[in-house]
Ligand binder design. Structure first.
Ligand code: SF4
Length: 52
């Protein structure tokens, strides 16, 4: 289980000061939906929820 998730996406409602993630758990998916990401740019946080 991942611990101490650091995240720069401060428009997410789970984001907290010092780039912390307050979500109980997070789900990460492949950007292309194929489960075959080749680098970090091809992964997305599905737990993201907009603050607004
Ligand atoms: S839920 Fe995802 S996007 Fe939101 S703060 Fe946590 S890691 Fe970042």
């Amino acid at each position: 289980m991942a611990k101490d998730v650091m995240c720069e996406v401060n428009s997410c409602k789970y984001w907290a000061n010092e780039n912390k993630c307050n979500a109980k758990s997070i789900a990460i998916v492949s950007h292309h939906g194929s489960n075959q990401a080749r680098n970090s740019e091809e992964t997305d946080c599905r737990t993201f929820e907009s603050k607004v």
